[in-house]
Design a protein around this ligand. Structure first.
Ligand SMILES: [Zn+2]
Length: 260
């Protein structure tokens, strides 16, 4: 089983960029394209989608599972809160090494996947909402940032960016499940509806990619940061070193798979 920090060297390897931390690259993901490389990568980050929720509510993931994706159970990092986890996912470093060790959102100064791409002459883009972690901690790079108010606007822009085909890497953030999970509990009907929206969004974006990037090698990922658990009062929470918070479901799809 891999830790979420392996996303960084894995995505770098797809672009032919060598690892710059000691996190192991995942061999299963490059196997999704015909020669282990990708010309275009879309990384969709729904917040707080736990492994246990995936197992319990697999039906809600039907739109995404209809792609017949690679399914991986991934370990998160501690504390299991959003800025800490996404810093690890996109730097390949553990929190002690990237420096975000609590719920704070400073601009990361360590080398990230975005810096590695820029250094290789490639173009990354981030599409996110408000002052959410992904909107904040990867700022101050020479790259495109598209920041909106809602996940719907983010996803519409990502579809436009995929079709426009001006970026090598697109990172998209949706915080809707995290928001409903905190406010109503991980299994409330509002939260389950948000999960379904995340699965549908990943499906739609991957379908768009498979059409717009036809003839290119591409990979898409459904990559949450941490899980969640229910607390007293019908609310949801995360941040602890417990199975519900520390294990997430990651899905990957690539142009080399037969069903594409
Ligand atoms: Zn989060």
């Amino acid at each position: 089983m891999y830790n979420i920090r392996s996303v960084c060297p894995t995505a770098a390897a797809l672009f032919g960029i060598g690892a710059f931390t000691d996190a192991p690259a995942m061999e299963e993901v490059p196997a999704l394209t015909k020669d282990g490389r990708a010309d275009r990568v879309l990384l969709y980050n729904p917040d707080a989608v736990a492994w246990w929720i995936f197992e319990k509510y697999r039906d809600l993931f039907a739109p995404a599972l209809g792609l017949d994706p690679l399914v991986l159970r991934m370990e998160s990092v501690m504390p299991s809160v959003t800025p800490v986890c996404f810093a690890s996912m996109y730097s390949g470093l553990m929190p002690a090494d990237h420096g975000i060790r609590a719920y704070v959102k400073p601009v990361l100064t360590v080398k990230t996947l975005f810096d590695a791409l820029i250094g290789a002459g490639l173009k990354p883009a981030i599409c996110s909402t408000g002052t959410d972690s992904i909107s904040m901690i990867f700022r101050e790079r020479d790259m495109d940032y598209f920041i909106f108010d809602t996940p719907e606007e983010v996803n519409a822009k990502v579809e436009e960016l995929i079709r426009g085909d001006r970026h090598d890497l697109i990172v998209a953030y949706n915080g809707n499940y995290d928001a409903t999970m905190h406010g109503h509990g991980p299994e409330a009907k509002e939260s389950l509806a948000a999960l379904r929206q995340n699965a549908e969004a990943y499906r739609r974006l991957t379908d768009t990619a498979s059409r717009a990037w036809k003839g290119k090698r591409w990979v898409t990922g459904f990559l949450p940061d941490h899980g969640c658990h229910e607390i007293d009062g019908g609310f949801g929470s995360h941040g602890l070193d417990m199975e519900e918070d520390m294990f997430v479901v990651h899905l990957w799809k690539g142009s080399g798979q037969i069903s594409c």
